[in-house]
Design a protein around this ligand. Structure first.
Ligand code: ATP
Ligand code: MG
Length: 139
């Protein structure tokens, strides 16, 4: 089922560098409506649950440490074709390969500290959104 929703996190590097406002501005100017949003801190265990799909990857341990190293902003976003359009707005995982004008090209520090997360499917957007928000927190 297409829900026209996606889920994002502004990651610890971008929050710590003071890019939260600039990134949210880009997201809203691209036509996304903020359905739910919070600033929070992941424990390494919670980060591990969120990225469990990558448990066998060589970068998993570092990724969990990085994602729990500082505050993040979690948000559910709404727009037609949300998942694909948001992946386009953030750019490639590796900022060196991200297109000009994308969030990662502008704000990511490295392939790991890459400023933002974006869901890769409608199904995962729903799972990831409910990882952070109950239905009653969504407007
Ligand atoms: P995200 O799921 O965070 O939106 P993505 O879908 O572009 O990113 P994934 O392959 O799902 O990329 O990887 C999840 C995250 O793991 C990346 O965003 C990055 O922080 C980290 N990561 C991915 N590949 C590497 C790598 N080769 N070395 C270090 N960290 C990596
Ligand atoms: Mg991914």
């Amino acid at each position: 089922m297409t829900t026209n929703r996606t889920f994002t996190m502004i990651k610890p590097d971008a929050v710590a560098a003071g890019h939260t406002g600039a990134i949210l501005k880009m997201i809203e100017e691209a036509g996304f409506r903020i359905v739910a949003m919070k600033k929070t801190l992941l424990t390494p265990e919670r980060a591990g649950q969120f990225y469990a799909v990558h448990a066998e990857r060589p970068f998993y341990k570092d990724l969990c440490a990085y994602m729990s190293s500082g505050a993040i902003i979690a948000a559910i976003l709404e727009k037609d074709n949300a998942v694909a359009d948001f992946r386009k707005l953030i750019g490639a995982t590796d900022p060196a390969k991200a297109e000009e004008g994308t969030i990662r090209k502008l704000y990511a520090k490295s392939i790991e500290a890459n400023a933002v997360h974006g869901s890769d499917s409608d199904e995962n957007a729903a799972i990831e959104g409910s990882f952070y928000f109950s239905h009653t927190e969504q407007f």
